[in-house]
Design a protein around this ligand. Structure first.
Ligand code: SAH
Length: 185
């Protein structure tokens, strides 16, 4: 669903951010759309995640489109050069742990909230931020709840927020928060 929304919004030549690169599926989507004229910043705190992402992108000849940042996404505003602030078209978050990796290296409430706030500030008018939340793992429900409350409280004149969730899934299924920054925001 996040991929569908991003594909409907992001255009060639634009600037995008993958705030949780992981195995690189989201980075690949973003880089494939923005192409050689665009730019993607891919963040992850784990070297193995960025290596997996780099390999995936290289296989598709898209690694040159990506700036790989081994920093926490809570440093977003510091790492992404100021010339892009207010011009970013799409930011994607996929929270939780790296599939097939170290389950203790999860995203955390405090840094996630800081990063989402910075991401929204960095979006251009009409830009999109997607956040996939996973309430199922230890600590995940707390983080997902905090992110939901933060996003629900956004000024409706500045942001349009949608929540997407499977209706027939059991056991704390993941849900997607999609935030569009409105022109007046
Ligand atoms: N989008 C990925 C899955 C992401 S899993 C995919 O498509 O495969 C979540 C990732 O967030 C993990 O790789 C983890 O290392 C990373 N992470 C955890 N804390 C982080 C932080 N503070 N900043 C950036 N990435 C972080």
């Amino acid at each position: 669903m996040a991929h569908r929304l991003v594909a409907g919004k992001l255009k060639a030549g634009e600037v995008a951010v993958d705030a949780t690169a992981g195995n690189g599926h989201d980075t690949l989507l973003l880089a494939g759309i923005v192409g050689g004229e665009g730019l993607v910043f891919a963040f992850d705190v784990q070297a193995c995640a960025l290596a997996a992402t780099g390999k995936r992108l290289m296989e598709q000849g898209l690694d040159k489109v990506v700036s790989f940042c081994q920093r926490g996404h809570e440093n977003l505003a510091e790492v992404v050069p100021e010339c892009h602030h207010g011009r970013v078209s799409t930011v994607m978050f996929n929270l939780g742990y790296l599939p097939g990796g170290d389950k203790s290296r999860i995203t955390r409430e405090e840094t996630t909230l800081s990063a989402v706030g910075q991401a929204l500030a960095m979006l251009k008018a009409g830009g999109l931020c997607t956040v996939v939340c996973y309430p199922g793992h230890p600590g995940g429900a707390q983080e997902a709840g905090a992110v939901s409350r933060f996003i629900e409280a956004l000024d409706p004149d500045g942001y349009r927020v949608e929540r997407h969730e499977g209706e027939n899934r059991l056991n704390d299924p993941p849900f997607l928060l999609a935030i569009e920054k409105l022109s007046s925001g």
